[in-house]
Design a protein around this ligand. Structure first.
Ligand code: SAM
Length: 282
């Protein structure tokens, strides 16, 4: 099926009278092969409903539609959201009813039609990590997905403990499942071309956290540990725990050396800290 190339993307933008804006991270994919690559890496099955964030002019939306049963697309920019059903009718006649477009900020969406099971998106780069975490939190129906983000962010999201780039996105992502780097995409497949290359991150929600302590508690510990990542956990967690003494008691009970640094711990260790905290009086 034909995908949108540079000519079609520019024609659509001209018709709408829009200029891509930096604040909304508008870099549109103008290369069909890149879209095929993203959709193939996303591993979507024909019966799935896919959530796409930021469909823009529809490059990726058409590619996802060819692989999935339905697409639910959330776009913040009114002219783009308004035009998308028409683009679908033009390029995929007969599939219009398989597309639902929601005009909204992805960070504010807490309900979606059709229980999407996958997330596939070329994300606005400035909000990529919060958007992914927000969606994984609010939509447990999403079991897997693939997102395109800044390459450096892709590395961070998929990093393991101990590496320099391991941080809050890595460990919070690991709460939900496994994140893996799935490729690098050059700058020239976009219009306008960004200044840095992009990376693909695939994820699978393969962790059951139903027996774990409250997610907010675990995330508060992660935030405290990485806010002062060069400090020992005893020092970094003293504010969260109420005192250095209590932080040390909790860490010891969790079987973690209080002199260790937060960047060395995996998500299971953070869960163990939250669990231990429930047993040490404040
Ligand atoms: N999917 C299109 C493509 O691959 O060509 C466009 C991707 S572009 C990198 C990011 C898109 O996200 C833009 O269409 C932009 O308007 C939209 N966007 C930016 N911030 C958003 C937000 N908070 N919620 C939903 N969409 C957003």
């Amino acid at each position: 099926m034909p995908l949108l190339g540079a000519t079609e993307i520019r024609r659509l933008a001209d018709e709408l009278g829009i200029r891509p804006t930096k604040t909304l991270g508008q870099n549109f994919v103008i290369d069909g092969n890149t879209i095929r690559r993203i959709v193939a890496a996303a591993n979507v099955s024909p019966e799935e409903t896919v959530l796409e964030i930021g469909p823009g002019l529809g490059s990726l939306t058409l590619g996802i539609m060819d692989a999935a049963a339905k697409v639910v697309a959330v776009e913040i920019d009114p002219p783009l959201a308004k035009r998308l059903p028409q683009t679908m009718a033009e390029f995929r006649p007969g599939r219009e009813n398989d597309l639902t477009v929601i005009l909204s900020d992805a960070m504010k969406v807490t309900e979606l039609p059709g229980e999407p099971t996958a997330l596939v998106a070329n994300l606005p780069y400035n909000v990529a990590v919060p958007v992914v975490l927000h969606l994984l939190e609010h939509f447990p129906s999403i079991r897997h997905g693939l997102v395109m983000v800044q390459d450096e962010v892709a590395d961070r999201m998929s990093a393991g403990p101990g590496s320099k780039i391991y941080g809050v996105p890595s460990v919070k992502g690991a709460w939900y499942g496994t994140m893996r780097k799935a490729g690098v995409i050059g700058m020239n497949v976009f219009w306008p071309a960004p200044k840095i290359q992009s990376g693909l991150v695939g994820f699978t929600r393969d962790k059951d956290r139903s027996d774990a302590p409250d997610r907010k508690q675990v995330f508060a510990i992660i935030d405290a540990a990485f806010a002062q990542r060069r400090k020992t956990l005893r020092a970094a967690l003293s504010g969260w725990a109420g005192s250095g003494v209590r932080a040390e008691q909790i860490l010891t009970l969790a079987g973690i050396d209080p002199k260790e640094r937060g960047e060395k711990l995996d998500i299971d260790a953070y869960i163990a800290i939250a669990r231990a905290a429930e047993q040490v009086p404040a």
